[in-house]
Write a protein that binds this ligand. Structure first.
Ligand SMILES: O=c1[nH]cnc2c1ncn2[C@@H]1O[C@H](CO)[C@@H](O)[C@H]1O
Length: 295
């Protein structure tokens, strides 16, 4: 029986919880997992306004973005196309069928939108790990890290008119791997469990210090599940705008359309997106841990 497998492009920067997500997909770091068949395209080095991309998270993920484990550089090379060109090409080849899961700043997707007027129609869905909806950010009280990385790009993506679903830290902070579960993972037969527990050390100590929690937030794996198992979440629809300057640069503000304002606002006449508001955290967590411990 033919199965209609979902076609997913993961648009990501390095990071410990990103590796967890790739591992969950059966990829891990592609060479470690022997998945050299998966094409890798290089993303933009500058923001959509040609600004320098800030390195803001070495204290979260380690200086190499991978838990300071000094891995050998990969032998394989990225494909020649840029990430934006690749995303545009795939959306054209498989109209309505591609889901892009964005786990980092949104520069590549904003570039794809600017490059090809048909992209918004051709892309199946854009799942964004990003934003802090009605809660404090994690870079500063206003901004979540991925949106803060390129707020202008984020505003382009949120208002582009494609099928956009955002999962912010108001939701991902509910999915926590505890210290005790990390210890269970170390002792499990999972193929990548030892490796994962090593790269987790930096990430755990950052969470202990920054949040005073005995556990880490599984941001990125949770976002992936929005793409593959959306019924584990509930959503609100509305227009999201991103603050691009000032002390609240990177703030994501959802207009829930409950009030009809007398004035025209920056949210008027913009397309709606879906924003995750609740998550079945035990179910998400179980799916995730079962996969990591048993495969
Ligand atoms: O304090 C932080 N600074 C920068 N990046 C962070 C921080 N905490 C988590 N993340 C990263 O940003 C996304 C969620 O906001 C996640 O991808 C996580 O890896």
């Amino acid at each position: 029986m033919a199965t209609d497998l979902k076609k997913i492009i993961i648009d990501t920067d390095p990071g410990v919880d990103k590796i967890f997500t790739l591992c969950f997909c059966g990829f891990l770091l592609l060479e470690i997992a022997g998945r050299t068949d998966v094409p890798v395209a290089e993303g933009s080095h500058v923001t959509i306004t040609q600004g320098t991309k800030l390195r803001i998270a070495d204290f979260v993920h380690g200086a190499d973005g991978l838990g300071n484990q000094n891995f050998h550089p990969p032998k394989g090379k990225p494909i020649k196309q840029s990430a934006a060109d690749f995303i545009v090409e795939q959306a054209n080849l498989y109209p309505g069928k591609i889901t892009v899961v964005a786990l980092g700043p949104l520069t590549n997707i904003a570039l794809a939108i600017q490059q090809d007027p048909a992209f918004v129609k051709n892309i199946g869905q854009i799942v964004i790990l990003g934003g802090a909806f009605a809660v404090n950010g994690n870079v500063n009280p206003a901004a979540e890290a991925n949106i803060f990385g390129d707020p202008d790009a984020a505003d382009i993506v949120f208002t582009c008119g494609a099928d956009v679903v955002a999962v912010g830290i108001n939701v991902t902070h509910q999915v926590v791997m505890t210290d005790a579960d990390r210890d269970k993972l170390v002792c499990s037969n999972g193929k990548h469990a030892q490796y994962l527990c090593k790269i987790l050390e930096v990430y755990f100590s950052y969470h202990h210090d920054a949040y005073n929690t005995k556990g880490v937030y599984l941001h990125d794996p949770t976002a992936l599940l929005v793409a593959v198992n959306p019924s584990l979440f509930t959503y609100m629809e509305g227009v999201v705008r991103v603050q691009t300057s000032g002390i609240t640069r990177g703030l994501t503000l959802l207009y829930n359309k409950q009030k009809r304002f007398a004035e025209i606002t920056e949210w008027s006449d913009k397309p709606s997106v879906k924003v995750a508001v609740t998550v079945d955290a035990p179910a998400v967590y179980k799916l995730f841990m079962d996969r990591l411990m048993d495969s």
